[in-house]
Structures are given as structure tokens and as C-alpha cells.
Design a protein around this ligand. Sequence first.
Ligand code: ADP
Ligand code: NA
Length: 338
Amino acid sequence: GSTPRVLSGIQPTGDSFHLGNYLGALRQWVALQDTHDAFYCVVDLHAITVEYDPEALRRRTRVSAAQLLAMGVDPERSTLFVQSHVREHSELAWILGCLTGFGEAGRMTQFKDKSAKQGTGGPSVGLFTYPILQAADILLYTPVPGAGGQGFQVPVGEDQRQHLELTRTLAQRFNHRFGETFALPEAYIPKATAKITDLQEPTAKMSKSSSSPQGIIDVLEEPGSMRKKIMRAVTDTGTEITYDEEKKPGITNLLRIYSALSGSTTGDLERQYAGAGYGSLKKDLAQLVLDTLTPIRERTEKALGDEEQLDRILARGAARAGEVAARTMEAVRDRVGF
Ligand code: ADP
Ligand code: NA
């Protein structure tokens, strides 16, 4: 067909996604289903590159999938699956790893950032090679040239650009060495996604590793707690509601969230709240956040409540993804001499 394919993954590292994940990434997944042949993957193989608990991983993988469904990822219109259910990811990662230079892998800056945060045992080899697994995640689903020719896109933020470059390099190297096998994936730059910052530390990004839970809004959080966090968000000196990243990072973050959820521009909001106090902006924003996240939380609970249905959806996704992945691996295995 003429619809470009897209692939995106998210790690099941927490018991809930946060508002930053939703506005910065997951909401776009839902929108991309309209324009793309979408493959969405809960990347549990990536989640084991750092210390973890198996039971927690199993639970978080399901909670992640349930939240994606609740947000609007539609298994009838996209392929939603769990990475470890499609064994080809690990197999292709090994082959690509054998094509990657040790020094080349060592130049990945994300590893340097992440390995610095690893505790007692130090960083694992898996953490070191995870960009190669990421390359495999992508290349399994890139159509072999000539077999359709539709484009293949990967939504990437700044921090992932280097990994997509590595993916393209490995695809080219494979093609050169063993014959045309992979199409080169392109970066898909989603139109202006909101960067959400921490409610208590508004110059730092909202992150599951934030220093205080008061700074993060979880998608599955209780409404009362959500409201309190927004009402207690750090604001700036002065009283005027203006968008100013430098001088008013707290209010600016609230305006950005408001804008992302309402569709009003931050300029519209400045005009709407001219002369109003911070409290009234916060009160309205809290309501808006609740109106958006409450149905998602309820649908997540419902999806988790029907285990068989969730299993069925994920099994169907794995079968569909597995079919494409198996076809790719058949060509790969043949070309590398297996
Ligand atoms: P975290 O920073 O909480 O560890 P991840 O790194 O797992 O989150 O990010 C998952 C996805 O959510 C990525 O696409 C990332 O760009 C997006 N994302 C994470 N935090 C934010 C944020 N504060 N604002 C916007 N997007 C975010
Ligand atoms: Na990630």
C-alpha cells in the first residue's frame, strides 16, 4: 500500500506512564494510526538492561499495554505487541551486534548518561548494546527494497537521533556486505510535541526518575492527588500569567500543559487569564487534566480487569508483528550463511 509504516516503542519501566510521556509521545501514537501503518511495541527486552524485578516487569508490561489501549491505540488499526513475544528481535540484534564496531557502540552518548546512574554492579553489557537491539527493533519491520517500497518512519526525539543514525549505518553495512535487505528508516519529526517539566522543579523535565513524586502527574493517579499536585505546583514570583521560559518556567509549564490539552495557543491563554491569579489558572488546569486522564484511568482498569481479552489482543499483535519479522529474518538468515 501507499501508507508509510511507523514503529515506536516504550519501556514498561513504571506502574504508570506520566503526563510527559502522554503529551510528549503516546498521544502522537494514537494520531499516527490515521496516517500510518503503525507498529507499537512495549519494549520489555530494553527494560532488563538495568536492575529489575521479574514480577514487577510482568505487571508493568501489562499495565503499559492497557494504558496504550486506554489512550486510544486501536489493535484493529495498528499492531500492538510486546517485544519479547517476537523472538526475532533478539536474533537480529545478535547479528547486527556482530556488524557493529566496539568503538562505534562506545560512542553512543546515551550509554554514557545511563551507565553513570547504575548502582552496585555497574552497567550491563545489555545496556551498552541496547542501541543495537533498537536497530533490530526497527529493521525487522523495514520492508526489503522492492517488496512494496513504502517509506518507513521512526518518531525520534533529540536524544534518540544518534541511535537512528546507527540503525541506518547498520542497515547500509548489512546491505553492502550481504546484498540489499533493509530499507533505510527515516526520522519522523512529530509536529511540536509538548516538553513537560517537573511541577516542583520546573526547569527539569518531568521524568519517572524525578526527585519528588510531587513533581510528576501519573496517568493512573487518583484524581484528588492529581488536583493537589497541580494546585501546589511551584510558580514564579510576580502575579502575571505570561509565557516566559526564562523568567517564569513554572507558569510556562502550566500554560504548555493547558495548551496541549485544550488546543488553545499559549497566547490565547495569556489573553484569557489576563488579570486573573495563578490560583484560577491552576484550578482550571487541574479540571482539564482530570477530564483528560480520568477516562484513560478507567479504561486502563477495565482493560486490566479482562485478562483474557488483553492476552488475546497482545497475542494477535505478536502474531501480526511476528509474521513480518519472520519474513525479514528468513532473508537475513539466508544472506548471512545460516
Ligand atoms: P522518562 O523520562 O520518564 O524516563 P522515557 O525516557 O521512558 O521517560 O520516555 C518515554 C517517551 O516519553 C519518550 O518518547 C520521551 O521523549 C517522552 N517523554 C518523557 N518525558 C517527557 C516530558 N517530560 N515531556 C515530553 N515528553 C516526554
Ligand atoms: Na526510551
